[in-house]
Design a protein around this ligand. Structure first.
Ligand code: ZN
Length: 229
């Protein structure tokens, strides 16, 4: 198993779980968050490597069951709304995702509505295959625990259909719109070694605190206007 471990999460600008935390070996007085030691940052080769398919017969093994539990636990503690396997040191095609009311409560009702956020999960997808549905796209700020402290605007499809296996090895299909669709696109990208910075509107790249101060609570159309052409 790879010696690195990491977690990542899509996060709404105001729900960013990207708070800076000291490295596990930091001698500083501040204690790292429980998940800090599990999160690797951009620049780690494992974040740029295509993950491998999980053999179906391995899903029921204690090793894989423990992996799923660890991923969900790490995602929740970060906190984040999604996590990809390669980012906790396992280069396999596994993602978990979940959105919770307590995370959505950090955003305004208008932001929750505009993004199509709904509470769901936790859900596990093994060997997920994503299909983009329709042509509708939306642009919002995203963050990633592997690009800690920053956010950027990414245009993504509004609706997707994901198929794959669940944590029991059972085939599942989920067609979804809004924020869960964005999370799925972000996390499946991780399995292919792609980060949101590869897809973002580059001029939108910003320190998360500054972006929150400048754009928090503003409608997406106004944010894009403020960012300029
Ligand atoms: Zn990420």
């Amino acid at each position: 198993m790879s010696p690195f471990a990491c977690a990542t999460a899509v996060s709404l600008l105001l729900v960013s779980g990207c708070a800076a935390v000291p490295a596990p070996t930091s001698p500083g007085p501040a204690a790292p968050s429980p998940a800090a030691g599990d999160i690797v940052q951009a620049g780690t080769p494992g974040l740029r490597t295509r993950a491998a398919e999980v053999p179906r017969e391995r899903i029921a093994t204690p090793e894989l069951q423990a992996l799923f539990a660890r991923m969900i636990d790490t995602m929740r503690r970060a906190p984040g709304v999604g996590l990809a396997g390669p980012q906790i040191g396992v280069p396999w095609r596994v993602i978990v995702l979940e959105d919770r009311a307590e995370l959505m409560a950090r955003a305004t009702p208008e932001e929750v509505a505009e993004r199509g956020r709904v509470a769901f999960g936790p859900r596990v997808f093994v060997n997920p295959v994503l299909r983009l549905v329709g042509e509708e796209r939306a642009s919002f700020f995203e963050g990633c625990l592997s690009v800690r402290g920053y956010v950027g605007v990414v245009a993504r499809h509004l609706e997707v259909e994901v198929s794959g296996l669940d944590e029991h090895g059972v085939e599942q299909v989920w067609r979804v719109r809004g924020w869960p669709a964005r999370i799925l696109q972000h996390e499946v990208d991780h399995l292919d070694g792609t980060l949101y910075v590869d897809r973002m509107l580059t001029r939108s790249f910003a320190n998360a605190d500054l972006a929150r101060a400048l754009y928090g609570g503003k409608p997406a159309a106004e944010i894009l206007r403020l960012l300029g052409p």
